[in-house]
Ligand binder design. Sequence first.
Ligand SMILES: NC(=O)c1ccc[n+]([C@@H]2O[C@H](COP(=O)([O-])OP(=O)(O)OC[C@H]3O[C@@H](n4cnc5c(N)ncnc54)[C@H](OP(=O)(O)O)[C@@H]3O)[C@@H](O)[C@H]2O)c1
Length: 228
Amino acid sequence: MVGASRGLGLGLVARLLERGWQVTATVRRPSAALNDLAAGEKTRSLRIVTDIDIDVDAAVAALRATLDGEPAFDLIFVVAGVATQAGMPAGQMPREVVGQVFQTNAISPIRFAESFHKRVAASGVIAFMTSKLGSVSLNQGGGWGSYRASKAALNTLARSFAGQHSKASWRVILMHPGWVRTDLGGGRATLDVDTSVRGMVALLERCLEQGDRGGCVFLDYQGQTVPW
Ligand SMILES: NC(=O)c1ccc[n+]([C@@H]2O[C@H](COP(=O)([O-])OP(=O)(O)OC[C@H]3O[C@@H](n4cnc5c(N)ncnc54)[C@H](OP(=O)(O)O)[C@@H]3O)[C@@H](O)[C@H]2O)c1
């Protein structure tokens, strides 16, 4: 789980541990909430790796080296994302801010997947946390322009990534978690973290059990296909 300090990443780790998974969770800096999970009865099922900023290639390479030689992962889920100054029209935002949103939300997740895909089990899943806001066809009203565009870019890059690796049998899932009450989603969001992560984990477990292979799908937390 990449980006597990808080919000959906933290919730996903908690739910996976409840379901009996062995989880490796990465964070940029220590997270008290994640450490609390590790201190519970599931201690041995959770490994926390700190100092993993997905925008820093050297950090991702060091993580890769640390995990070399271990069994393949059933699931790699890149959850980390930002919505910096999302309310401001993209054309009015400082270039460096828009650029950074694209780096973190679109470029870095794909670079992470490029670095780790050989460590994914043949029938495994590489998941990216995207958003319905990244759907081009559903965008009627605009708003959150830079964030939307960064997630649309992530979707396109993930499809390209799956196409480049079409001989691989792992599956790529672009996941929309719903509108969820986190720091990013805000207090007016319609879902709590628990509802969203239960849905996402059930969907991922179904996909793994059924041995769905190859390709790239855009799904919400209830398993419904989201239009591109
Ligand atoms: N909440 C929603 O309604 C909603 C809807 C659709 C999609 N999403 C997506 O869901 C994902 C998680 O969002 P959230 O709602 O849980 O937001 P959140 O509570 O703000 O959490 C964001 C997470 O991303 C991490 N992160 C940000 N930049 C990072 C970087 N460069 N390297 C590593 N980790 C980084 C943060 O770590 P730090 O603690 O170190 O900052 C934090 O763990 C995001 O990709 C977001 O776009 C959320």
